[in-house]
Design a protein around this ligand. Sequence first.
Ligand code: NAD
Ligand code: DAU
Length: 339
Amino acid sequence: MTILVTGGAGFIGSNFVYHMLGKYSDYKILCVDCLTYAGNMSTLAEAMKNPNFKFFKTNICDRKAIYEIFETEKPDVVVNFAAESHVDRSIDNPEVFLQTNILGTQVLMDACRKYGITRYHQVSTDEVYGDLPLDRPDLFFTEETPIHTSSPYSASKASADLLVQAYNRTFGLPVTISRCSNNYGSYHFPEKLIPLMIVNALNDKPLPVYGEGLNVRDWLYVEDHCKAIDLIIHKGHVGEVYNIGGHNEMRNIDIVKIICKALDKPESLITYVTDRKGHDMRYAIDPTKIHDELGWLPETKFADGIQKTIQWYLDNKGWWETIISGEYQNYYEKMYGNR
Ligand code: NAD
Ligand code: DAU
């Protein structure tokens, strides 16, 4: 089996590449990634030594280059992780989100139609459902929850999902979609909450919490997400959407305090800053369908996963120090300078 993974130099895509290479020694894994600020070849250094792995520095919007890869490599399955993924950046500049997340998805699916595949899997997000109120803990996102987006990022992901479903209905493309909650783990770019707080705390810098820190996210260890996608591409039913999440809801402020405690840093580093525009209050996934149909359950408890994650950032300082020493400084100043 040949699996083409897009966005494999990013956070979840790289974890998926390592999961697949480790589990299936007879599979060929192709990675297409154009290496935006979020893509990092050092993340894939070990994979590059594996003869079953091949990397293409290619933009998923580049139709000609994508068609050439399909023509020569003949993938059986495509798993599309490639995306602009950060909500704050989408508020600052939506355009590239629409290009990559919507039009890039279309190019990939056109290639799938032209050259033939057995499965196209779209890695989507729980953010397509919008948010839930804090005073209704009984409510969860199911696969039937209406799409109701808040940010340019989530709107672009929802648009892609609609396009994927349209390609299934109109052209019979064999698709599946997964909508996962917030991931955490190794290789997470330090613009997102958990790695940003770990890196800032290690550098004794302020920990910028948006608003009052009461927003709730449903955190899942990245390897559990990868295992769920592995199951869906092998056993999931064509045309179906699967929600992925582990009933692990936490307030942002509580996560930041856990990180302070684990690193023995004072909570006085916590700084409340201006809230994100259109900030979603609460995400909470109901994962009943993937559990009942495919037998998936999360394996890593948050208490263990966050310790492993913090340890990974302690053990891999070179990885994130290189990132925060470059263009990241301009980003940080722009996002947090006057907040
Ligand atoms: P990321 O930002 O860490 O990585 C994205 C990767 O895609 C990078 O390697 C980047 O270089 C690549 N990329 C971006 N634009 C590209 C293009 N035009 N052509 C080729 N490659 C391109 O993102 P992530 O957090 O790993 O998220 C991966 C996917 O999972 C995204 O589709 C995201 O919407 C989805 N998702 C993320 C989370 C989460 O908590 N991080 C949760 C649910 C779903
Ligand atoms: O739910 C899945 C989504 O999770 C994915 O689709 C996105 O790609 C991914 O980035 C993530 O989106 P969030 O907006 O939830 O993640 P982020 O890490 O940016 O923020 C998590 C929460 O922390 C959110 O309520 C905003 C808050 N926050 C974030 C940052 C970066 C802060 O309080 N301070 C910060 O500096």
